[in-house]
Design a binder for this molecule. Structure first.
Ligand code: CU
Length: 145
């Protein structure tokens, strides 16, 4: 019985985590932290959140914008040939019907550059997603370290 409990509590979450890392879509069980990282005016921050496509066909995320940053880009993290972690811009993200897309540290994320103001813990930051089907979707995210 002890072994079974070990399998259920340790191995099952590990399997879920590794799936989440390889695919952009995750199951509902994954806890998504919705937040924007604190940063100083002129600096760079990142936004983490999830978005679910409730349509019965694929939707495409074209851009994410925020009034607090002069430049906002969708980025993805990837492993370089020499085993380092890099990041690059994604022009669009296709979200299959009924699926979630998760922006998180070490995966897809939204990079907010050249901030117009300080982002401090306790503030809220509005971001606007633009999708081909859903149109413009606004989200309010808390600033959290
Ligand atoms: Cu980035």
């Amino acid at each position: 019985m002890r072994y079974l409990a070990y399998f259920l509590t340790v191995l099952v979450p590990l399997v879920m985590i590794s799936c989440g890392a390889e695919k952009e879509q995750v199951t509902e069980e994954e806890v998504v932290e919705e937040r924007v990282r604190p940063a100083a005016s002129g600096g760079t921050s990142a936004a983490y959140f999830s978005y679910s496509n409730t349509f019965d066909k694929p939707d495409t995320l074209i851009s994410v914008n925020s009034a607090v940053a002069r430049l906002t880009q969708i980025h993805e993290s990837y492993e370089t040939e020499d085993g380092m972690t890099g990041m690059r811009e994604r022009r669009e993200v296709i979200i299959p019907a009924g699926e979630n897309v998760v922006f998180k540290q070490g995966g897809l994320h939204v990079m907010m550059m050249d901030l117009r103001k300080d982002l401090s813990a306790g503030d809220s930051v509005g971001v606007e997603l633009e999708l081909k089907l859903a149109g413009r979707v606004s989200r309010l995210l808390p600033v959290q370290p």
